[in-house]
Design a protein around this ligand. Structure first.
Ligand SMILES: *[C@@H]1O[C@H](CO)[C@@H](O)[C@H](O)[C@H]1NC(C)=O
Ligand SMILES: *[C@@H]1O[C@H](CO)[C@@H](O)[C@H](O)[C@H]1NC(C)=O
Ligand SMILES: *[C@@H]1O[C@H](CO)[C@@H](O)[C@H](O)[C@H]1NC(C)=O
Ligand SMILES: *[C@@H]1O[C@H](CO)[C@@H](O)[C@H](O)[C@H]1NC(C)=O
Ligand SMILES: *[C@@H]1O[C@H](CO)[C@@H](O)[C@H](O)[C@H]1NC(C)=O
Length: 467
């Protein structure tokens, strides 16, 4: 059977003979039919594609860890602002991608050294939120989970420009354990200034205080940014960013004594709740995952110099057929796994091959022929109105060491029933051509980051005999 997020005995009991896809938790009733695996197609009831306005979590499946919600989904509890349009989301996504690529150019032009010590540049936001508390007694905040940032920051008391939509700020006077400035040996800077890809900024000072992830996971003297001048649109109910990159100040580094730089997440669909696990809790999932190596970023000689998490993508399949893309197409600039990019980006050559094969496999469905809006980055869309069950080709991402990540309908498409689009885009010319595996393709999938083991694990197919 297919395992996605935390595999539980319940799945096995209920559905042991079927090949099914699940959302993160038991409460996510399977929406995919038993066609999976049959010639590499999934039969998907089109009715399951309708927008979900209710949080469908009767239970979080007995799972541990920090709950993750989608920023604009019904489970975030912060939905007081209008969700952005797809075009707005894509616009921000493009900003993030060009920002990541501009850093890539810095790597390859040998400016990495400057760059590695430059905390001024950070990326655009992501769509997934977790609650984290700071101070004594703890004050709770909603932070964006970002594997592409190395600094954690929260909005602080007396912000000059405060985040739109956030009603919370950290009041350090109310914390008995707060200290101003840096507290990590070897770091001296007291101020930080982060510019994101879309001109969002957060400027403030560093502070140190107790950080509480869960009641059993409390870290003294955690250094974070105290944002006082925050500009831009980080989105509904967002109070800051949880940096899960590899830098010295990242949450991963600052909790290493307890968690040994291992974490995993399961990014939820809009109407469910995912989870972020650290240390042992993450490691305990290992036996059900398939691993690929973490590799150095281009132009770097060590993992810790790569700001992003690089892996090796080798090829892609559509409906059980390999596209046979020369792996040099991906290898020339590298492949990043990112929680903050929404739509995966492929080098043009790979994207064209994917699109052609996908169109062939979807030939019996009408292409969307409505007007495309400015800012759309997706160009292969179908009008599935009037279709009851769509037979959608499975896309498989073949990573190094045999780690195959299977993408069901939910991870293949983005958009509504009348305009359902292949959720991949080509990287545009003129920048470095990072392949980026974005959050749409990671939905409901356990992704484990094992930095000392130099590997990334994906929830993958378990052989039928094991179920
Ligand atoms: C911050 O906390 C202090 C100490 O508890 C309190 O006196 C002050 O009113 C709080 N400030 C704000 C803006 O909430
Ligand atoms: C923060 O950095 C940006 C970009 O480098 C710069 O334009 C801005 O003036 C800086 N702000 C402060 C307060 O240092
Ligand atoms: C989608 O298809 C339906 C049924 O064929 C049609 O009525 C509708 O106008 C189409 N919508 C768009 C946006 O093309
Ligand atoms: C579906 O998406 C298309 C493209 O973004 C948009 O034009 C259309 O209004 C949407 N339809 C519905 C029913 O939301
Ligand atoms: C990106 O790909 C294009 C087309 O293959 C190529 O011309 C360009 O040199 C590449 N850019 C970088 C920075 O690798």
């Amino acid at each position: 059977m297919a395992i996605l997020c935390p595999s539980t005995a319940i799945y096995h009991l209920l559905f042991s003979s079927l090949l099914l896809f699940f959302s993160c938790y038991v409460s996510g009733i399977p929406v995919y039919g038993a066609e999976e695996g049959k010639d590499g197609f999934h039969s998907t009831p089109v009715s399951s594609l309708l927008p979900k306005n209710k949080c469908s979590t009767s239970a979080r499946g007995g799972s541990q860890g920090l709950p993750i919600t989608q920023k604009y989904g019904p489970c975030s509890g912060s939905g007081h602002s209008q969700p952005p349009s797809p075009q707005e989301i894509f616009g921000r996504d493009e900003s993030r991608v060009s920002f990541i690529n501009s850093k890539g150019n810095q790597y390859t032009s040998g400016n990495l050294k400057n760059h590695a010590h430059n905390n001024n540049l950070f990326d655009e936001d992501g769509n997934f939120l977790v609650d984290v508390a700071f101070g004594t007694p703890p004050q709770k905040f909603k932070l964006i989970l970002d594997t592409g940032s190395s600094i954690t920051w929260i909005q602080c008391k007396a912000c000059v420009n405060c985040l739109q939509d956030s009603h919370r700020y950290f009041n350090w006077s109310a914390s008995s354990t707060y200290s101003f400035g840096s507290c990590i040996p070897g770091t001296v800077e007291n101020n930080y200034n982060m510019t994101y890809g879309d001109d969002s900024t957060s400027v403030g000072n560093y502070g140190c205080d107790t950080m509480t992830l869960e009641p059993s996971d409390v870290f003294q003297k955690f250094q974070f940014g105290c944002g006082r001048n925050n500009k831009g649109d980080f989105g509904s109910g967002v109070d800051g960013v949880l940096g899960l990159g590899q830098g010295q100040l990242s949450t991963v580094s600052q909790t290493a004594s307890k968690f040994n730089k291992v974490f995993s997440y399961c990014l939820p669909e809009e109407d469910s709740i995912g989870s972020l696990l650290f240390g042992e809790k993450a490691t305990s999932q290992s036996s059900s995952l398939k691993f690929t190596s973490l590799v150095n970023g281009p132009g770097t000689s060590g993992l810790d110099e790569s700001e992003y998490y690089f892996v090796k993508l080798l090829d892609i399949s559509v409906g059980n057929k390999r596209l046979n893309i020369p792996s040099s197409v991906f290898a020339s600039s590298g492949t990043i796994i990112d929680s903050g990019t929404v739509i995966s980006r492929l080098p043009q050559r790979a994207y064209s091959a994917l699109k052609d094969a996908f169109k062939k496999a979807m030939a019996k469905y009408p292409l969307f022929n409505g007007r495309r809006k400015k800012g759309d980055i997706l160009d292969t869309c179908y009008n599935l109105t009037g279709t009851k069950d769509a037979l959608v080709p499975e896309i498989v991402l073949h990573f190094g060491e045999g780690a195959d990540v299977r993408l069901n309908e939910k991870r293949v498409f983005s958009g509504n029933t009348s305009c359902r689009c292949l959720a991949f885009a080509g990287t545009f010319a003129g920048t470095s051509n990072f392949t980026i595996i974005g959050s749409t393709q990671q939905l409901s999938l356990t992704v484990l980051y094992d930095i000392p083991g130099r590997r990334i694990g994906f929830g993958a197919m378990v052989a039928p005999s094991e179920t």
